[in-house]
Design a protein around this ligand. Structure first.
Ligand code: ADP
Length: 531
């Protein structure tokens, strides 16, 4: 027994020694690993930090030139001698610029989506107007490739809905741009219709076989679905590649080498649709074409709830005889000139400074009522210049509006705490800038309202056309259209629409919608011949 006991304690001692040595090794390993992890975490934090800085800088660099593009477009739009064609071209430049701006914001949003920081911004809007704008914008792209772009809007499509309009616009732009990019012959059709979850489940007929009565929108309190379908006759996607197509950075074998793109469009699209509570599906056949279908829940809205775009105003001058001095502190010459050209003709006295130091000097010498202060400037930045000015009694009376192209709204509080009275993100709209100036200086403007074919219809009406839009058509055709509408003769009306030249598809579509909606009164209004 003693021998056995001795053997056991020896074994135990050996085991103990072994265990202690294991535990020491383990401890060292854990320590090393912890250090490695801490190091990796630091590196990741640093990388994240530089990513944020990179995004902030990039957005600044992109927004600043865009500010000049959009701003000078607005200045040119003021010219009342422009022909309708020129006006329309400027409208397109302006809208495309605004779209570019939204894209920049979306790139920033992508990083926010991943960080779970993106939210829905729902509001009431005019869906027809949104689609109309997209049709014009993307129609140009399609025309360049000799492709037909058809917007087929079901008569039951509600005009005013409540949803996240910006995300919807982005989704449609992504899908339609893809369709145009990957199609070389034929065309692209966007179909949009009102849908209900139960009708779709129970009814085996395809949507397009249903009658108008089946599809009448219900009352405005119900949640409804809008179904969109983007169909193209393009290169298609192979079945094995369809599965991953919504993953970030995925591009098909056929396309990866020859077209520009990031492979992010569909990923963002799906994330947006998920966030909005909808669903998306894709069907495709190689060399035949692709159809992307998505449904989104919306609430119906009334015209009055819709934020109608501020009517285009042509500001003529300030409604005051007093001299108002405005100092523009901005390092970029083109941004400075833009502001001078916007403000001088209205009757403001304007001086310019290219950095914070000269802004302070001019403020001391010239005592401006208001300073438009760029926040990033060489020598002395806008924060320091503002703090300096606001430290003085005289500075308390000077209104300072910060101009910034930074994408991060967090910067807003920093700007206000520097002493600025207000804040304007670049690129800004002329009307918003002038509103802010008027609000702070307590002045009013004399202005003239202008109209343009592309502008929003007045709230409460669905008239998308004005008599001027028929200007290109011969007068006997207009007369015939008027007669047919007066007799509610839809067959003749549709026949007459066939005569509209192909390049005036917007006119044809708008009239077609009126015929489909039985809105003969609107046709009568736009075709009414005087006398
Ligand atoms: P991008 O177009 O920038 O590459 P997307 O995420 O929008 O990124 O699309 C990913 C890929 O899916 C495209 O590169 C293309 O290979 C394929 N794809 C998307 N839409 C279509 C389409 N309508 N027809 C054919 N292929 C498409």
């Amino acid at each position: 027994i003693i021998t056995t006991q001795a053997a056991i304690s020896l074994e135990n001692a050996q085991l103990y020694n072994q265990l202690t040595s294991y535990s020491k090794t383990l401890e060292t390993k854990v320590k090393l690993r912890t250090e490695e992890l801490e190091f990796a975490k630091d590196a990741a934090d640093r990388a994240n930090q530089s990513k944020s800085e990179f995004l902030s800088n990039m957005s600044h660099e992109l927004r600043t030139p865009l500010n000049a593009i959009l701003g000078f477009t607005q200045i040119m739009m003021r010219d009342s001698n422009l022909s309708p064609d020129q006006q329309e071209n400027l409208d397109i430049i302006s809208r495309s610029g605004e779209h570019l701006l939204e894209l920049i914001n979306d790139i920033l949003d992508l990083s926010k989506i991943d960080a779970g920081r993106i939210t829905l911004q729902s509001g009431s809007f005019d869906l027809y107007s949104l689609l109309n704008t997209l049709e014009k914008m993307l129609g140009i792209k399609a025309n360049h490739k000799n492709l037909e772009l058809i917007f087929d809007l079901s008569p039951n499509l509600p005009q005013y809905v409540c949803a996240d309009a910006n995300k919807l616009r982005q989704i449609l732009i992504n899908l339609l741009s893809n369709a145009i990019k990957f199609t070389h012959h034929g065309g692209i059709t966007l179909r949009a219709s009102y849908d209900t979850p139960f009708d779709v489940e129970l009814d085996t007929r395809s949507y397009w076989d249903m009658t108008h009565e089946d599809l009448t929108p219900p009352n405005s309190s119900t949640q409804n679905l809008i179904k969109f379908e983007v169909e193209d006759t393009g290169i298609g996607i192979a079945p094995e590649e369809l599965e991953d197509i919504f993953e970030p950075f995925v591009q098909t074998k056929t396309t990866e080498n020859f077209v520009e793109g990031t492979g992010l469009g569909l990923a963002i699209t799906r994330k947006f649709i998920d966030l909005m509570g909808g669903e998306i599906k894709i069907r495709s056949q190689l060399n035949q074409g692709t159809t992307v279908t998505f449904r989104l829940p919306v609430t119906l809205a009334q015209a009055e709830e819709t934020q109608v775009a501020i009517p285009a105003k042509r500001f003529i001058k300030i409604d005051s005889d007093q001299n108002y001095r405005i100092l523009i502190a901005e390092d970029r010459i083109e941004s400075r000139h833009l502001l001078v050209k916007l403000l001088k003709p209205l009757g403001f006295e304007v001086q310019e400074a290219a950095d914070g130091q000269s802004a302070i000097e001019l403020w001391e010498r010239w005592s401006p009522h208001l300073i438009l202060m760029d926040m990033r400037m060489p020598i002395m930045n806008g924060y320091d210049a503002t703090q300096y000015i606001k430290r003085h009694l005289k500075g308390q009376a000077t209104i300072i509006i910060a101009l910034t192209a930074s994408a991060f709204s967090d910067d807003r509080s920093v700007i206000l705490s520097a002493g600025c009275d207000d804040f304007l993100g670049k690129p800004f709209r002329e009307a918003v800038l002038l509103e802010k100036i008027s609000q702070h200086l307590g002045i009013r403007y004399i202005y003239e309202e202008t109209t343009s074919m592309l502008s929003e219809p007045p709230s409460g009406t669905s008239a998308l056309l004005s008599p001027a839009d028929l200007g290109k058509m011969p007068s006997d055709w207009i007369q015939a259209l008027y007669q047919a509408a007066n007799q509610a003769d839809s067959d003749t009306l549709l026949q007459l629409l066939q005569e509209i030249p192909l390049d005036d598809r917007n006119l044809a579509n708008a009239l077609q919608r009126m015929v489909e909606n039985f809105s003969y009164d609107q046709i009568i209004t736009v075709t009414q011949v005087e006398g």
